[in-house]
Design a protein around this ligand. Structure first.
Ligand SMILES: Cc1cc2nc3c(=O)[nH]c(=O)nc-3n(C[C@H](O)[C@H](O)[C@H](O)COP(=O)(O)OP(=O)(O)OC[C@H]3O[C@@H](n4cnc5c(N)ncnc54)[C@H](O)[C@@H]3O)c2cc1C
Ligand code: SF4
Length: 349
């Protein structure tokens, strides 16, 4: 029997890579550090996904079940790779559970870490309980409890969603755009309006990046059908007058200061490099790119090849990615492994 392919991370990208390889008869070992598969959409309890409107637990849960039922995939949860030696086609990996295994290649699908809003203290997170993140609002919706103010459980009458929290922010060393948070926020705003029709929802933005086909479905629909209000602003701080949260800033279209009270303020948090990336780079002997994501050697030739032949990468491990692009990259990395490309895994053709 041929040596398996080692896949690190059981999110959308890792599940796609495992499925691709397993269906063509290639054995895989899927190593996931948490105690369950599914990655951010499952572990963080996302609600309905953009752009399909499918519940994360159904869409990504279905991918998990498909891989769990696959004979060619061995799953090791609660496990990390601690050592990785050898050459393409002939690697040896040590796992944190004490096992070792031979592998033909590795595909790193270790994803991202959500930005921690305590790193943006002037916007109130960690100080005021009703300042929450998009992930928390997703959890309120997916748990069926509905959108409520954490401080006292009341239904909010006024909600502000602040975009680019932990993205496009040079002051805190995060220059990248996280790609999906504008669209996710427009979608959440519509979901809040649907659940609480009397609630006013404002989105504070620098620029709106509901790119491609998302412009009509999210940006325009949220305004025209759901009456979500957009304010182009530079936010100074989020404070409290004891009764309401106060968002202070400058309306950058009319160049005037604005101060508006809210019941709930939502941080649209971005995608940081996985906190494990330095450890992963060291273990697998691969390069990080300048922001700390896992670097790819080529953008066009071989998809997902890292700086080390035989080690591939896919999904949000490489930088902010959507779920569908992460899945596509997982399949592409699987194909690169299978193609046995000379450049990719160092075999002679
Ligand atoms: C608030 C928010 C909402 C979003 N909503 C959407 C949406 O509606 N639609 C959409 O397209 N995108 C959405 N995204 C983006 C989406 O989360 C990512 O595209 C997707 O999760 C990337 O999948 P992935 O498999 O690459 O990484 P992840 O989902 O991060 O999965 C990585 C997996 O690897 C595991 N792992 C990490 N390190 C290690 C290690 N050292 N060893 C072993 N395992 C490890 C993790 O535990 C995790 O299971 C959203 C993002 C945010 C921040
Ligand atoms: S997608 Fe939108 S909210 Fe997210 S970082 Fe880019 S511009 Fe900011």
């Amino acid at each position: 029997m041929s040596k398996p392919v080692l896949i690190v991370g059981g999110g959308p990208a890792g599940l796609a890579a495992a499925h691709s390889l397993a269906t063509v008869g290639k054995p895989c070992v899927l190593v996931e550090k948490e105690d369950r598969l599914g990655g951010a959409p499952i572990l963080s309890g996302y609600a309905k996904l953009v752009p399909t409107d499918e519940w994360a637990k159904d869409a990504i849960g279905g991918m998990v079940t498909r891989v769990e039922n696959e004979d060619n995939v061995r799953i090791e949860t609660g496990t990390k790779v601690t050592k990785f030696d050898g050459t393409p086609g002939n690697f040896t990996a040590m796992l944190s559970n004490g096992e070792s295994l031979q592998a033909e290649a590795a595909v790193l699908c270790s994803g991202f870490t959500h930005f921690d809003s305590v790193n943006k203290p002037e916007w109130g997170f960690g100080t005021f309980p009703d300042v929450v993140t998009t992930t928390q609002v997703e959890q309120m919706i997916s748990s069926g409890k509905g959108v409520r103010c954490p401080s006292d459980g009341r239904m909010p009458k006024r909600v502000a969603i602040l975009l680019c929290v932990g993205s496009r922010d040079r002051q805190i060393g995060r220059e990248w755009c996280s790609k999906i948070c504008c669209t996710v926020s427009s979608n959440l705003a519509m979901e809040i309006r649907e659940e609480l029709p009397d609630c006013h929802v404002y989105i504070y933005y620098m620029d709106i990046r509901t790119y491609g086909l998302y412009e009509t479905k999210y940006y325009w629909r949220s305004q025209e059908e759901f009456k979500v209000k957009y304010i182009k602003a530079r936010i100074a701080e989020v404070t409290s007058d004891g009764e309401h949260l106060i968002v202070k800033g400058e309306d950058t279209l009319v160049k005037r200061p604005i101060t508006i009270p809210f019941d709930m303020v939502v941080h649209a948090i971005g995608m940081d490099p996985n906190v494990d990336n330095p450890e992963i780079a060291e273990t697998f002997g691969i390069e990080l790119e300048s922001n700390g994501f896992l670097d790819v050697a080529h953008n066009y030739g071989t998809m997902g090849q890292t700086s080390r032949p035989g080690v591939f990468v896919a999904g949000a491990a490489t930088g902010p990615e959507t779920i569908d692009d992460s899945i596509a990259q997982g399949h592409a990395a699987a194909m690169a492994v299978l193609s046995g490309n000379k450049e990719a895994i160092g075999r002679t053709a």
